[in-house]
Design a protein around this ligand. Structure first.
Ligand code: ADP
Ligand code: MG
Length: 278
């Protein structure tokens, strides 16, 4: 049994929720001014992620993946084009807590224990102490960290610290998650475990997810769709629907179709790197 409702099932049922996109970028370009002149980081990028869909972006370093994510998070602004989160401009989406962000480095406050770190977004929102600590406990349970509430971040492994960051992002029950290489610093086995955990977390709340990664197999394993970006200036050069069983398990990684997708995406990625040489 899964609570996760796929966007395509919603549309089959004619659910009006599906009319709005979860994350949408229309004709987005980004130019940075640098001491050596203007730098076109993203060139006319359009992506449309229906609510509840999990989309990964993969592409060469410096192609503008983080910039795109940061624009959805209202931390950067496009030079042209428009970005919407659940139909709202990014500034409004931020104040209405429509999304949470998870970075590669855990970014926890070293002097606060795990429970207080997780409760922090609710504290900032003005939630009372009892409610926020109870919610933080629940979220820590969800990410398998029950019993670690009173530890300080440095007492945990890298994987556990990243789970704390994810628990913290989930406390506000955001409809969308923006994840920038969240498991990039972990060893492969820990990463595989975290991938399984992320899948089970989404059975609980089927957030719209935009997930950046350098790992092809991670992208295929987690996603409903994988977008491949070209080298800078970043453009979407491939949009691959991952038609694997919805409930991903460790066995998914043994599915022949899984290997086909990995190999296809590797091919697109080689093309993406080659755009630099041209
Ligand atoms: P990615 O996440 O795909 O590795 P980024 O989005 O971090 O790429 O960066 C895209 C390009 O824009 C890079 O060339 C980077 O150096 C440049 N860039 C990113 N942020 C800034 C900034 N604030 N000022 C100037 N250049 C930037
Ligand atoms: Mg980046």
């Amino acid at each position: 049994m899964t609570n996760r409702v796929r966007a395509d099932e919603l549309s089959k049922k004619g659910n009006p929720m599906n009319e709005a996109s979860g994350l949408k970028a229309s004709g987005v370009s980004k130019v940075f001014s640098t001491p050596t002149g203007e730098l076109l980081a993203l060139d006319n990028v359009s992506i449309d992620i229906p609510r509840g869909q999990f989309v990964s972006i993969i592409g060469p370093s410096g192609c503008g993946k983080s910039t795109l994510l940061r624009m959805f998070a209202d931390l950067e602004h496009p030079s042209s084009g428009e970005l919407l989160v659940n139909g709202m401009p990014t500034g409004e989406a931020r104040t209405k807590r429509q999304y949470a962000m998870v970075f590669q480095a855990p970014t926890l406050l070293p002097w606060k224990n795990v429970l207080k770190n997780v409760a922090l977004p609710l504290k900032i929102m003005g939630t009372d102490s009892a409610t926020r600590l109870e919610t933080a406990r629940e979220m820590l349970k969800l990410v398998g960290l029950e019993g670690f509430e009173n530890q300080l971040p440095w007492q945990l492994s890298g994987g556990m610290q990243q789970r704390v960051s994810i628990a913290r992002a989930l406390t506000v029950r955001p409809p969308a998650l923006l994840m920038d290489e969240p498991f990039g610093a972990l060893d492969e086995i820990t990463r595989d475990r975290m991938n399984l955990e992320l899948v089970s977390l989404r059975r609980f709340d089927s957030q719209t997810v935009l997930f950046i990664t350098h790992s092809i197999s991670e992208a295929v394993f987690l996603s409903d769709r994988v977008l491949v970006m070209s080298a800078r200036p970043g453009k979407v050069i491939a949009d691959i629907t991952i038609d694997l069983p919805e409930d991903r398990t460790a066995d998914t990684r043994q599915d022949p179709k899984f290997f086909e997708y990995v190999s296809d995406i590797r091919g697109y990625l080689v093309d993406a790197y080659n755009t630099t040489a041209r």
